[in-house]
Design a protein. Structure first.
Ligand code: ATP
Ligand code: MG
Length: 332
């Protein structure tokens, strides 16, 4: 039995909480998964440096933030330092040509989004990559999320279950107008920060030097190593927290008036600025302070998201069985 399962026992004395621990243990990214991604990163960085000499490749997203599962893709950021900013589409086009000549890469595909990405696969496996150019905020927030993920034992199982629940209920796809995984994670952290007895603090407030927004990017991965676990007085079980999370967004949170700020560990009043005006869901990016939930721009999708919180809360409150909102066996 893994050590973390033992220590998690104190938060898993009821059936629902046990089911959450079980799902977490089955699905969480394994060391071997990360090692595969890291090996690919090293090879890619070496091949990329034959064209862009000083470029550095960073793994980001759920592969690195402690919130990944076995099937998670590998998000990456290529950092090219220099006086003039390179055009991301140009760089990605050059990389696309290079990648077509690499024996361990296949299905290279350029996506011209607000943050353009090159999507590709490792040949002969299911491992998928999303690579961006110089979107360094993704490196900063990956290590902020990683610090939250390890601040309390309950965070990783809680978030993994919420991500699986959202995906199962088709509200976890920003390209289809619903919530990105990143948005969901910030929503969970916000709930845990604003409980009467908080499970999490604001790490940006408590450790400003480790999360200084303009820190040299090479130093960013160091931060989390120095942060001790947070000692919360909240002893709620995993099941209680999951139920509370659904309830918070089903009944307490005021979507029309409040902005979720993990940076400040509270809900901020919505003002009339460009960023928040006419937006259905407002979730502040902890470093850039823009809206990470701007993909939710259709009333229909917004209503579907709220309905899912309400319906799942109603069912789970009644049944206290994870299978009632997420058929665990079909997911593992
Ligand atoms: P999954 O396991 O589902 O792949 P993920 O944690 O990788 O989840 P994504 O939503 O795919 O989450 O985002 C990957 C990473 O990209 C995030 O961890 C974050 O670093 C960055 N990111 C995503 N959306 C934004 C955004 N709106 N602003 C800034 N950074 C973002
Ligand atoms: Mg990802």
């Amino acid at each position: 039995v893994p050590e973390c399962a033992n220590s998690l026992q104190i938060y898993a004395k009821d059936k629902l909480s046990c089911q959450m621990v079980e799902l977490f243990e089955e699905c969480q990214q394994q060391d071997s998964d990360l090692a595969r991604k890291e090996l690919c990163r090293t090879r890619l960085q070496k091949d990329i440096q034959s064209v862009f000499g000083v470029a550095r490749l960073y793994l980001t997203g759920s592969s690195m933030n402690g919130l990944g599962c076995r099937s998670s893709d590998a998000d990456m950021c290529l950092v090219i330092k220099g006086n003039k900013k390179p055009d991301p589409i140009h760089v990605l086009s050059v990389l696309q040509r290079l990648f077509k000549s690499l024996p361990y890469v296949e299905r290279t595909h350029l996506i011209r989004a607000k943050v353009p990405i090159l999507r590709f696969k490792e040949k002969g496996s299911d491992l998928e990559f999303d690579l961006n150019i110089n979107n360094t905020v993704g490196i900063r927030n990956t290590f902020l999320l990683r610090s939250y993920a390890y601040a309390d034992l309950r965070i990783r199982p809680m978030i993994l279950v919420v991500k699986k629940w959202a995906r199962h209920n088709r509200i976890n796809d920003a390209s289809k107008g619903t919530l990105s995984s990143y948005t969901l994670v910030l929503m969970v952290l916000h709930y845990l920060q604003t409980l009467k007895e908080p499970v999490l603090p604001s790490l940006q407030r408590d450790y400003p030097d480790y999360f200084y927004p303009f820190m040299d990017i090479d130093m960013v991965p160091e931060g989390p190593k120095h942060i001790p676990p947070y000692r919360s007085r909240n002893e709620s079980s995993l099941g209680e927290l999951l139920l509370g999370f659904l309830k918070y967004y089903a009944t307490d949170f005021r979507w029309d008036r409040q902005v979720i700020s993990v940076r400040e560990a509270k809900a901020l009043p919505k003002n009339n600025s460009q960023t928040w005006r006419n937006k259905f869901i407002c979730v502040e990016e902890p470093f850039e302070r823009n809206n990470v939930a701007r993909a939710v721009h259709e009333k229909m999708k917004f209503d579907a998201i709220k309905a899912e919180f309400a319906e799942s809360y109603r069912i789970l409150q009644d049944r206290k069985d994870l299978n009632s909102i997420l058929p665990v066996r079909t997911i593992i």
